[in-house]
Design a protein. Sequence first.
Length: 334
Amino acid sequence: MSETPLITTRGLSVGFNIGGSIFGKRILKAVDKVNLDIPLGSFYGIVGESGSGKTTLGRALLKAVPITGGEARYDDGEVSYDLTTLDGSELKDYRKRAQLIFQDPYAALSPRMTVRDIIAEPLEVMGLTKGREETDKRVREIAAKCRLNLEHLRRFPHAFSGGQRQRISIARALVSGPKFIVADESVAALDVSIQADVLNLLKELQSDLGITFMFISHDLSVVAHTCDHVAVMYLGRLVETAPTRAIFEAPRHPYTKALFSAIPSLDPDERGGAQKLEGEIPSPTNQPSGCKFHTRCPHVVDHCRKVEPTLENAGSEHEVACHRWKELLAAMPA
C-alpha cells in the first residue's frame, strides 16, 4: 500500500436544499467539512450509524452528488482531477476510474439482461472496446477473476443466489479497469457465511489489481477483518481516524468507544459491556452547536456545547475530534 493519497479532501461539504419558509432556506448538511486522505492501494473503512453521512460522502467522491463546499482531489499517478469542478470529457474519463458496488445485489441487476450483457454494459456505454469480440474477451477475463464461469454469462440474474449476484455486481464495477471503488454496504444484504467469501474476493482483487477501496459499513467486525484504516463519521463529520488495529485497540472518541463496545464477543465474561448511547442522532437540518455529539455524550461539559472540536493528532496516524480525549485517556485504569 502506498502512502500517496489517491483521494484527498479538505473541508468537503455536501448540502441539500430541502425547501424553506419566510425565515429562509432549509439546508440538510449531509457531509460537513470533512478532511480525508485515502492512500493509493488501501482498503479504507468508513463507519458510523445510519444517517451519519457515509453514503453521501462516497457518492460525492464519485461525483454522483454535487459537492457544495471545500476541496476534493483524485490523483492516481496518471491523471489528477479536481472533483469539485470535474465535467465534460474529464468526468467521462473519471467514470472509468471510479466505480460503485451497490448494497443490494437483487435490486442492482436488471432482470431482463443476461449476465454477459450486464457486465459488458459499461464497456459499451463508455466506448472502451472496439467490437463484440474484444468486449466478450474482457467480460470473460473479469468474470473469471470474480469466480464466475462461462455458463453463468448466458443466464439471467434470477438464476443466482445473493452471493453470486454480488460477484456479478463486482465484475460490472471492475470491467472498466477502475482505480477507485466505493463499496457501499456491499455485504450487508448477504448471509454471514457468504459475506466472508465476498470479502475475501474483494481483498484478492485489491491485491491483484491494485485497486483502492472505500468500504462503507455499519458492521464493525467486517471492517476489522477487511480494512487497513478506519474513519468514524457522526452527523456528517469525521470524529476519529486511525489505522484499523490502533483504533480497535485504543479508541479515543467517546462515540467510537460506544460503537466498538457494542461488537458481540464470544467471551461470556465480556458480554453485557456495551455502552448505551441515550437518544437518537440529531437531524442534519437542525444540528446542535459546539460538538455535534454533545447531546448524547456521557462526558459532556459546557465547553463542548459551545466550541466545535477539530481533528487533532492523537498518536501515529491517529486523529480525534474531542475536547476531552486526553483527560479521558489519563483517567482510564492502567
